[in-house]
Design a protein around this ligand. Structure first.
Ligand code: PEP
Ligand code: MN
Length: 346
């Protein structure tokens, strides 16, 4: 439930409303915002009878929020959230952020080479998997703790923040000491204990959309993290499972503007896992920016043909350099379009 107060409501009236909410055994959370004074109501398991609240002085409107997510919604928090990863700002009002690097960390040399390539091409965050959620148990499972060390050294060497995936609660502490952002992969989007624990950490998180998650399930997963106090969440569309087998997944670009209308959290696109095919990655990356994505995650490997994981969808360093060049040009075009649509007075 959301209580919207009159613009002229006094602090005393807001306090009285908060007390009436507390008297119902619920939590009142003031919602900051220049446009309105609002109070979010949390803690209810179902419909709340607002009879003791709606006629209180200063109350303008009561909105019953029926969605399972509240804190991540625009209703509760109209202003966009900006997530800070190292010194990089990710969110509305900032240029798109590009995370790039190999699917898996394979050796110190490999991640160093990849780090130099992506940094040289203009990426903002280095990615690399140490704990890998592989479909079958007989494939490369990642280097684990040693991989984190290699990633840390490479990121420091080139001066980029790093992101890596965690699969279990026990990996969190070690991962936080080595990287600047934690990734929750598609397969763990509904690992609720992991989500809650990361929510308690207040550490930047990249939450990938589940293999066949609806938008409501996706945002509800983010709600688990934010409900524990961590609002530094970036969503990631990485394609969903459909009947189509010609691509690894089906990239659902419409969720970009859709999620941005429903939630204040930033959202990026991973065209590598979405397509599974190298030649499709650049064009889908460009399409993602046109759709308004706040950033991209792209797999890049110094020698994709030798990659232990996801080589077929990995760009070479050279291919990534070309893509970054195109993206810079595209950004200028999009900025030019925005200002010409806004007109000369803007
Ligand atoms: C990855 O980023 O390497 C990965 C495993 O992605 P996803 O969870 O989207 O499959
Ligand atoms: Mn991968």
């Amino acid at each position: 439930m959301l209580i919207v107060m009159h613009h002229s409501a006094t602090e005393e009236q807001v306090r009285c409303v908060a007390q009436a909410v507390a008297a119902l055994g619920l939590t009142a959370q003031p919602i900051p915002g220049g446009q309105r004074i609002a109070i979010g109501v949390l803690g209810n398991r179902g419909y709340v009878d607002d009879a003791t609240i709606r006629d209180l002085p200063g109350v303008m409107e009561i909105i019953h929020v029926s969605k399972p997510y509240k804190l991540v919604s625009r209703d509760f928090h109209p202003a966009p959230t900006v997530v800070r990863v190292g010194s990089v700002n990710l969110g509305d009002g900032f240029p798109p952020v590009v995370m790039a690097g190999p699917c898996s960390i394979e050796s110190q040399e490999q991640i160093l080479e990849a780090a130099r390539q992506v940094k040289g091409a203009g990426a903002h965050i280095l990615r690399g998997g140490a704990f890998k959620p592989r479909t079958g148990p007989h494939t490369f499972q990642g280097l684990g703790a040693q991989g984190l060390e290699f990633l840390h050294v490479a990121a420091r060497e080139v001066g980029l923040p790093a992101v890596t995936e965690v699969m279990r609660i026990e990996q969190l502490e070690m991962a936080c000491r080595h990287v600047d952002m934690l990734q929750i992969g598609a397969r763990n989007m509904q690992n609720f204990d992991l989500l809650k624990e990361i929510g308690r950490l207040r550490f930047p998180v990249l939450l990938k959309r589940g293999l066949s998650a609806t938008v409501e399930e996706f945002l509800s997963a983010a709600e688990y993290i934010v409900a524990e106090g961590n609002d530094q969440v970036v969503l990631c569309e990485r394609g969903i499972r459909t009947f189509e087998t010609a691509t690894r997944n089906t990239l659902d670009l419409s969720v970009i503007p859709l999620v941005q209308s429903l939630s204040h959290l930033p959202i990026i696109v991973d065209p590598s896992h979405a397509t599974g095919r190298r030649f499709l990655v650049p064009v889908m990356a460009r399409a993602a920016l046109v759709a308004g994505a706040n950033g991209l995650m792209v797999e890049v490997h110094p020698a994709p043909e030798k990659a232990l994981c996801d080589g077929a969808q990995s760009l070479t360093g050279e291919g990534f350099c070309r893509l970054m060049h195109e993206l810079r040009f595209l950004q200028e075009c999009l900025a030019g379009m925005a200002s010409s649509v806004a007109g000369p007075s803007a």
